[in-house]
Write a protein that binds this ligand. Structure first.
Ligand SMILES: [Zn+2]
Length: 323
């Protein structure tokens, strides 16, 4: 026990030194605009499922818990950051650190509908837990970071798309089209993030014309709001819905590695989505900024009408957008 505490203290000191060093080393001149990186395109053809896409005009986002949502639109069923542990179970966050779940998922893993694609922001226990690692069908297509993709391949998953920032995955089924683009994300202050898994956000463009999509969704991933985030609305204006990973997660109770309530509002002001759904806000004991922090900041900024609050299990419905 004493050794564990000593180890954690050393780790905390290492994290803080690393962050301070990175700040001191930070270049003063702005980096080349992230908007100019071209990105590579990958493609995924899904087998026709026999039924015409009945949901061409309207779709749903069901919040399951943590950063897990089920998105249904235009014949696609997409699962994000699958986490199906229950209250009292623990996840591993690396370096011997664990966190206890405080909520239950709205459905059990066994109750999932057939999934066309998993969008995984990063390979961390609260986003792809040990039970999902064991039970998820190895042929399930998963789009994630390059680093996360390598971990998944080692676990035996066979349809992995590992993306760098601005890479795209074009998904087709019959007449339906979906483009997933990896967007910048950084899991903590510059120096600390290098010690944590690489993170990507994602923009989902539904419809045949990705430049004028039928619906455009942004999923932040576990990130702070930093300079590169500004490139997202430059490349992807008119985001219809943003799913923001909040929680103000703190490692060892000190180092903030996900957005808190205030950061969530800043993110809304940078990305300017028409609607925002906060997720990843109360599920683990490392989440230190409750949803009320965000709600208070939203009220202070006069943004109430732009936010939709979903409890675990609740569903947000949306309609195709004419541009
Ligand atoms: Zn997380």
């Amino acid at each position: 026990m004493r050794f564990a505490r000593l180890f954690q203290t050393c780790l905390l000191l290492a994290l803080l030194c690393h962050a301070a060093a990175a700040r001191a080393d930070a270049p003063r001149a702005p980096a080349a605009p992230a908007t100019q990186a071209p990105g590579e395109t990958f493609s995924l053809q899904l087998a026709a499922n026999g039924s015409p896409a009945q949901d061409a005009e309207s779709g749903t986002v069901q919040f399951i818990g943590t950063a897990t949502v089920i998105i249904r639109f235009q014949g696609f069923t997409i699962l994000t950051d699958p986490n199906f542990l229950h209250k009292g179970e623990h996840v591993h966050l690396g370096y011997g650190l664990t966190s206890e779940r405080r909520t239950n998922p709205a459905i059990r893993f066994e109750e999932l509908p057939p999934i066309d694609l998993v969008v995984l922001s990063h390979f961390h226990g609260d986003h792809f837990d040990q039970k999902v690692q064991e039970r998820l069908n190895r042929a399930t297509p998963i789009v994630t970071t390059k680093e996360g993709g390598e971990r998944l391949k080692r676990l035996g998953f066979t349809r992995i798309f590992g993306l760098s920032t601005w890479d795209r995955l074009d998904v087709a089924r019959g007449e339906s089209r979906l483009r997933v683009t990896a967007t910048p994300g950084r899991h903590g202050p510059a120096g600390v993030a290098v010690l944590l898994p690489k993170v990507m956000g994602a923009v989902l463009d539904f419809g045949a014309n990705a430049a004028a999509p039928d619906y455009r969704m942004y999923i932040s991933g576990d990130t702070l709001v930093y300079d590169d985030i500004r490139a997202i609305p430059q490349r992807f204006p008119d985001i219809d819905l943003a799913l923001l990973h909040l929680g103000g997660t703190r490692i060892l109770g000190v180092v903030k590695v996900t957005m808190d309530g205030k950061d969530g509002v800043r993110m809304m002001q940078v990305v300017r989505p028409k609607k925002t759904v906060p997720i990843h806000y109360n599920d683990y004991d490392v989440f230190k900024s409750p949803l009320e922090d965000f709600a208070r900041e939203v009220r202070a900024a006069g943004l109430e009408k732009d936010v939709v609050y979903l409890a675990h299990g609740e569903t947000y419905s949306f309609s195709r957008v004419q541009r």
